[in-house]
Design a protein around this ligand. Sequence first.
Ligand SMILES: Cc1cc2nc3c(=O)[nH]c(=O)nc-3n(C[C@H](O)[C@H](O)[C@H](O)COP(=O)(O)O)c2cc1C
Length: 305
Amino acid sequence: MKQVNMQVNLAGVSLKNPVVVASGTFGFGREFSQFYDISQLGGISVKGLTLHPREGNPPPRIAETPMGILNSVGLQNPGVDGFIEHELPWLKEQDLAIIANISGNTPEEYGVMCEKLSRAGVDMIEVNVSCPNVKAGGMQYGVVPEMAAEVTAQAKAHASVPVMVKLSPNVTSIADMAKAVEAAGADAISLINTIRGMRIDVNTRRPVLHMNTGGLSGPAVLPVAVRMVWECAQAVNIPILGLGGISTGEDAAQMMLAGAAAVAVGTACFADPYAPLKVRDGLADIARRQGLSSVTELTGGVLPW
Ligand SMILES: Cc1cc2nc3c(=O)[nH]c(=O)nc-3n(C[C@H](O)[C@H](O)[C@H](O)COP(=O)(O)O)c2cc1C
């Protein structure tokens, strides 16, 4: 049977296959490298980095839900300098695209981190304007188009590698957010981040999460993510990294047909560390069965009724 070319290009960054692992669900890759060689992946989006180290939110900060999880981890990370010193050298020895995911308290902080990370040699920067679990920064920039644009412009002014902006689904019009960051110079967009949710323990009458609310991810959010990627693909011309609820090759194919150039696997990695490889193989199978020579032929291929 014919081999399918799995290589894709995401805003100038070459990925050996379209499967990236999502920020916050794969750490910095070391734990997963005990299971397999992570160079088999297209790329890794590392745990969200902040200018200074953060301990994150108090527990409980993860709760199960039907077909997903709620989390309020709150950007626990070693800070951008800690990442550059202790994690990046090892990651650079692996053969996959390194995407640095960042969150700032101010637009200026995003700029400082972009400068440091570009100099340190990451392949791409993913600007998180969409974390629902921190009080300052993060999502406040992700729900107002002008603020998302301001952060994007700062990042672009200080980065010498492509900048991808990660959008929040917690908005009325995701297409308007996509258009705003494209106009501000974003090289790509990624979506979706988690959807705000809440669970309550009926016996204690307390919210299950210490922070009361958290972000919903996992299979439950896939249809929302596919819909949002499809809407953004019609609104902008920059490439899209599609994520949210992907755990099979078919899920990934849906995301690409909706318009994604590449996909990311997140929560599925918790249940099965091999999920990203299974998604890659499943995607290749679908492309082969459909007689495609390149997986890129799936992107935007959804047909109208
Ligand atoms: C425990 C956890 C931590 C996360 N941390 C981050 C983060 O630091 N930065 C970020 O941009 N997204 C973060 N996310 C969001 C994921 O990258 C992804 O956008 C979301 O979970 C939807 O994809 P999924 O359903 O495949 O997990 C986190 C998600 C989870 C579940």
